[in-house]
Design a protein around this ligand. Structure first.
Ligand code: DON
Length: 581
């Protein structure tokens, strides 16, 4: 158990069959990443020590949670460039302490105006990933500007300063960065700009070496001076469009690299959007999430509602609720008008879905329900024919920040695949995203997630903030494509139904059921639950690593516990402003 406020051994985390010993960090400067910290005056967790330090520095200098989140995200663009970057997108869920309100900002990439529902038909998925065609109009810079203008205290230029410093002075290459570069090397070498930046001397940078990105430092510097219009219609935007239309393919490369449809006018038309958060009440707590264009809030929310309608919650119920919520996500949720969000998140609909859950696993894929407002007797659920679902890795990233005023940020950022579309904008030091591969490629009549002009591909990102009695209690989120939804759901269930602490809830072995015949699970989960679940008709298949979350919890009296992933993906970094009140 956590021995609060102590620097000695503090948490014994049950992670599968092994026990991890974690010391909560105090505010003393850290040389190494530590996954748990407790204290006062502000807190941050990211996957990366440099990014956490950047955000913490902003908090220490009097910035608020939004300022720190933008600084942290921009720094992740330097040190985690294969997951995050200024040419990507993301979602911010923000608790504004002064007004006691939760806001969200959708900074999701959009499809160019020329994109049609058939534009991705017949394109092999892997070809689409490494192409100009999959690059969406970047959302992050517009999102940063909107977040800072609405809720921050810093200018964009000020918020970018820590990232500029890290890009200029460099950071130490760790195993994760090295391995992610190595696994991308075959496609990075096919683009002159990417090979020059990330394969210096023809190979991934060595673990322990210092990696500098002076071109990105200069891009950030100019962005700070010129503002987002430099990208959204200006010179930087023109260079992005040129790269998308004529990717800098290495002479002699045999790769088919499809050009994209993006025009400067698409960049000029881009807007980050404030949206009403999704909200469900679970065990008396208000759980706020991201509304469409993400399916994160609606799917986590529906699954929680279903669980709440059941007499008890165990591993079987967790998987079944997730299965049914994913069936409904597939049919009803996308960046389209008229998503029946109110009904999907209604108690009546949840009860109707929950009554399908019995002793035996529902055959999957299960058919979606009918969120029509008229709910009653239990309707049988036909099985549907299986559709392939793409493999999901732990790409993307999530950070949490709380400040001394009690503002809280949960922020998911991505460029989609590890390494995005693999194409660095020449001379600018950043990769483009391949977010448009999140669309359904089709043909798929009636699918809410087909591509369309200006449309945002449906996301699974699920930054989540929980309030109790109107006060912030917890924030959590994760990478992992559509497993983000199940990871966030499982952490909440671990915390509130299985009685774990937040560090235990993040570390515990995971399973992900997304309306597929087999449930992917980590080995520790299979060891713990395999026999009982198999006996009830579940089929578990190994997925070695699911998600890499960050979260925080208010412990009372202003004390915050902030938690990063302890092991997966190399682990993360949790920091607090002060160990003492
Ligand atoms: O928005 C989404 O759901 C994905 N583009 C996030 C990407 C991600 O987590 C990568 N995972 N496989």
């Amino acid at each position: 158990m956590i021995s609060r406020g102590s620097t000695v051994l503090a948490a014994a985390i049950l992670a599968g069959s092994s026990v991890l010993l974690v010391r909560p960090a105090t505010a003393a400067p850290q040389q190494e990443k530590q996954p748990v910290a407790e204290g006062y005056g502000g807190a941050v967790a990211t996957v990366d020590l440099d990014a956490s330090r950047a955000a913490l520095g902003v908090l220490r200098r009097g910035g608020n949670a939004i300022d720190a989140a933008v600084a942290g995200a921009a720094t992740l663009g330097v040190t985690e460039p294969y997951s995050a970057g200024l040419a990507g997108g993301g979602y911010i869920v923000y608790y504004d302490a002064r007004h006691g309100r939760v806001h969200t900002i959708d900074g999701r990439e959009t499809a160019p105006r020329a994109m049609r529902s058939s534009s991705l038909e017949g394109v092999p998925f892997d070809d689409a990933v490494t192409s100009g065609l999959s690059a969406g109009v970047p959302g992050s810079v517009a999102q940063w500007e909107l977040a800072l203008r609405r809720f921050g205290t810093l200018s964009l230029g000020q918020a970018l300063r820590p990232a500029i410093e890290v890009a200029s002075r460099g950071f130490t290459v760790d195993q994760t960065f090295h391995d992610q570069t190595a696994s991308n090397a075959a496609r990075f070498k096919d683009f002159t700009s990417t090979a020059r930046l990330y394969l210096p001397g023809g190979a991934p940078p060595a673990v322990g070496s210092t990696f500098r990105n002076p071109e990105l430092a200069e891009t950030y510097r100019q962005l700070g001076r010129r503002g987002g219009s430099w990208l959204y219609g200006g010179r930087l935007g023109a260079e992005i469009v040129a790269t998308v239309k004529r990717p800098p393919v290495t002479p002699g490369s045999t790769r088919t690299v499809r050009p994209g449809l993006m025009e400067l006018s698409d960049l000029a038309a881009y807007r980050a959007v404030e949206r009403r958060p999704t909200k469900v009440t679970y065990k008396g707590m208000d759980v706020y999430g991201m509304a469409p264009s993400s399916s994160g809030g609606s799917t986590v929310g529906e699954a929680l509602n279903i669980l709440q309608a059941l007499p008890g919650v165990g591993a079987h119920e967790y998987l079944e609720a997730s299965k049914l919520a994913f069936a409904d996500r597939g049919k009803y949720v996308g960046d389209i008008p008229g998503v029946p969000l109110g009904q999907l998140l209604s108690e009546g609909f949840a009860k109707e879905r929950a009554c399908l859950i019995g002793e035996r696993a529902i055959p999957a894929p299960a058919a979606p329900g009918d969120p029509d407002g008229s709910y009653g007797a239990c309707r049988a659920v036909p099985q549907e024919s299986a559709k392939p679902i793409p493999a999901e890795g732990p790409e993307t990233t999530h950070l949490v920040v709380a400040d001394r005023w009690g503002n809280v940020v949960a922020y998911n950022i991505t460029i989609e695949s590890t390494g995005g579309n693999g194409i660095v904008v020449p001379g600018r030091g950043f990769l483009l995203n391949n977010e448009l591969t999140d669309f359904t490629f089709g043909p798929a009549p009636g699918d809410p997630n087909l591509p369309g002009p200006g449309k945002r591909p449906r996301s699974s990102m699920a930054p989540t903030i929980v309030l109790r009695n109107g006060e912030p209690l917890l924030a959590v989120g994760s990478p992992g494509g559509s497993t983000i939804i199940t990871t966030v759901l499982q952490i909440l269930v671990n915390r509130w139904d299985f009685g774990m602490t937040l560090p235990q809830a993040l570390a515990a072995p995971r399973a992900t059921q997304r309306n597929t015949a087999q449930t992917q699970a980590e080995q520790g989960f299979i060891d713990r639950y395999g026999p009982e679940l198999t006996a009830r008709g579940h089929s578990l298949v190994l997925n070695p690593e699911i998600g890499a979350a960050t979260g925080l919890e208010f412990l009372g009296g202003g004390r915050v516990q902030v938690v990063a992933e302890p092991v997966r993906r190399g682990g993360g970094s949790a920091l607090v402003v002060s160990g003492r009140r």
